[in-house]
Design a binder for this molecule. Structure first.
Ligand SMILES: Nc1nc2c(ncn2[C@@H]2O[C@H](COP(=O)(O)OP(=O)(O)OP(=O)(O)O)[C@@H](O)[C@H]2O)c(=O)[nH]1
Ligand SMILES: [Mg+2]
Length: 214
């Protein structure tokens, strides 16, 4: 959730990678880390995400003040849904990572619809960008079929294709998601929102402690 620190004047936005298990959220974060030259922190590392991946990116300035983007990826496994939803509720924009292979695309769509519903129930508009991943795999669905499956669900879908394991398309999707979040915050400010009353997690450790309480 967008938050201006009263001490530093920094605006912090949160971009969250959401999506079903093994879609490539963590692979995306690590490719992004290489691109941006920023370190990813993953509490309890080893294959599947149990809590989140965390990366802080200094994204220039906003209205003359420094802008910081907290980037998180959720754990996709169904039994970790509470953690996933907690993180999703923090988002100023979401990058939904779709596994675009024929075998998994339907599961991605089911997850996507549930996430949209969850975000809509949150009571504030959160832009969602679709990152169609695993475009290198032979049985990945053609783009036209993907558009048919996903585009109807939203009036204004933002779509980028990626091969997260190679880093292709990752940066472009991220930059787009940051600008969507910035536009949303600008709208909030125009409507008189006070961003200094929010809360933000200052470290991965603090966020992990909070998730452990769920
Ligand atoms: N071929 C191919 N493999 C990919 C791509 N993206 C991710 N993978 C592989 O897919 C597997 C799962 O990727 P992760 O990034 O761990 O998936 P995740 O979405 O973080 O999964 P959870 O943490 O369980 O939610 C790994 O073996 C990745 O290397 C891609 O674009 N192409
Ligand atoms: Mg992961």
């Amino acid at each position: 959730m967008a938050y201006i620190s009263p001490e530093t004047g920094k605006l912090q936005l949160t971009v969250v990678y959401d999506g079903p298990p093994r879609a490539g959220k963590t692979a995306t974060m690590y490719s992004l880390s290489d691109e941006l030259k920023r370190r990813v922190q993953t509490p309890v590392r080893g294959g599947r995400t149990l809590y989140f991946d965390w990366l802080i990116y200094d994204a220039g300035s906003f209205n003359g003040e420094p802008l910081e983007v907290l980037t998180l990826s959720v754990p996709g496994q169904t039994q970790l849904n509470e953690r996933r939803e907690f993180l999703l509720a923090m988002a100023d924009s979401v990058i939904f990572v779709v596994d675009s292979t024929r075998e998994h695309v339907q599961e991605s769509r089911d997850y996507y619809l549930r996430s949209l519903e969850f975000l809509q129930n949150g009571g504030r508009p959160v832009p969602v960008l679709l990152q169609m991943n695993k475009r290198d795999i032979e049985d990945a669905l053609p783009r036209a079929e993907l558009d048919e499956m996903f585009v109807d669900d939203r009036p204004q879908p933002w779509i980028e294709e990626s091969v997260a394991s190679e880093g292709t398309g990752v940066r472009k999707a991220f930059i787009q998601a940051v600008s969507l979040a910035v536009a949303e915050v600008q709208r909030d400010l125009d409507n008189g929102a006070d961003l200094s009353v929010g809360h933000s997690f200052s470290s991965a450790e603090e966020l992990m402690e909070r998730l452990r309480e769920l």
